[in-house]
Design a protein around this ligand. Structure first.
Ligand SMILES: *[C@@H]1O[C@H](CO)[C@@H](O)[C@H](O)[C@H]1NC(C)=O
Ligand SMILES: *[C@@H]1O[C@H](CO)[C@@H](O)[C@H](O)[C@H]1NC(C)=O
Ligand SMILES: *[C@@H]1O[C@H](CO)[C@@H](O)[C@H](O)[C@H]1NC(C)=O
Ligand SMILES: *[C@@H]1O[C@H](CO)[C@@H](O)[C@H](O)[C@H]1NC(C)=O
Length: 272
């Protein structure tokens, strides 16, 4: 099954002869996309040419792979000159320009195609640097390397907060402060115009560390200090033992050498 997603973000202002009209097309990686010529039928001798980022990829309804191998066996053209790209890859993103020459007229259609990789599920962590004595912890929802998405926190069905990124590819993080005992269901959602992914939160699990660290019995920084002290003591101990071993070894070595010298001088003990 091939599903075809064609999302027209801009409407064409007069298809014929308008060289400036650029149609934005968004497609999910792996899906097929059809770029419509905008004409109902082309005559046999009509001059049809498709270019991808200026490189010719089809001429007179015949795909040409020689200049750009990336499209091999993935282009289809129909009688109207429309171009279908199958099994799209993110590297298919770019400008596709169709030129149809009818007599003295030239019809030019330009498509700005963006192939988006599927979204990955957001990652939720607790920010332990924000642990405090109040019974709250801060959860951080993150997505890596995204473009044209919204990242949102929901409590039940209501939207709590949202950040958006448009045309640059970046990583996003959105914090949320919750109470340890909160029984509500929280989720973090990332969505693009083509897809979305949801991560549900288990507050008890995520906030456990924070609740332990900020409880009265254990002080986080005191804890680290104690650990550091322990490690330093252990290291000093190990170093002392190592120095002792080296010393003993050295003494033995010297003694052995001394003996060898002596036996050498005697001459009597060399061959046993
Ligand atoms: C094509 O779209 C991208 C965003 O998807 C945009 O950055 C770029 O400027 C567009 N190019 C043209 C020629 O419209
Ligand atoms: C959460 O649920 C428990 C019972 O399941 C209830 O005792 C407690 O009061 C609830 N906490 C809040 C903050 O609603
Ligand atoms: C992001 O949210 C805004 C409303 O806050 C909406 O207009 C826009 O379409 C959303 N973008 C995506 C990619 O879903
Ligand atoms: C997420 O995608 C599903 C289909 O996969 C759709 O039914 C749902 O409305 C989408 N939700 C959002 C918030 O975009």
């Amino acid at each position: 099954m091939i599903c075809t997603f064609v999302l027209l973000l801009l409407n064409l202002v007069g298809v014929f002869g308008d060289a400036d009209a650029v149609e934005s097309v968004l497609v999910m990686e792996g899906d097929s996309v059809t770029l419509n010529s905008g004409v109902t039928e082309v005559q046999r001798d009509d001059d049809i040419e498709w270019r991808f980022n200026s490189i010719r990829i089809a001429k007179a309804n015949i795909p040409q792979y020689d200049r750009d191998e990336r499209f091999r066996d993935r282009l289809k053209l129909d009688r109207t000159g429309s171009l279908t790209i199958t099994n799209t890859r993110t590297t298919d993103s770019g400008l596709y320009k169709l030129t149809i020459t009818v007599g003295d007229n030239e019809i030019i259609n330009t498509f700005n195609v963006t192939v988006d990789a599927p979204l990955s599920i957001p990652v939720i962590t607790s920010d332990i640097s924000k642990c405090s004595s109040s019974p709250t912890c801060v959860l951080v929802c993150s997505v890596m390397d995204v473009i044209r998405v919204n990242l949102s926190w929901y409590k039940g069905i209501s939207l709590l907060s949202r950040i958006s990124v448009s045309d640059i590819r970046i990583s996003l993080s959105l914090p949320l402060e919750v109470e340890y005992q909160d029984n509500n269901t929280y989720r973090c959602v990332v969505n693009s115009p083509l897809s979305n992914q949801t991560k549900h939160v288990c507050i008890t699990d995520l906030c456990r560390l924070c609740s332990v660290l900020s409880s009265d019995e254990v002080h986080y920084f005191g804890g680290t200090e104690a650990v550091i002290r322990l490690v330093v003591t252990a290291l000093v101990g190990v170093a002392a033992v190592a120095a002792f071993i080296v010393l003993v070894y050295d003494i033995r070595l010297r003694r052995a050498e001394l003996e060898r010298h002596q036996t050498h001088n005697d001459g009597s003990k060399i061959l046993k």
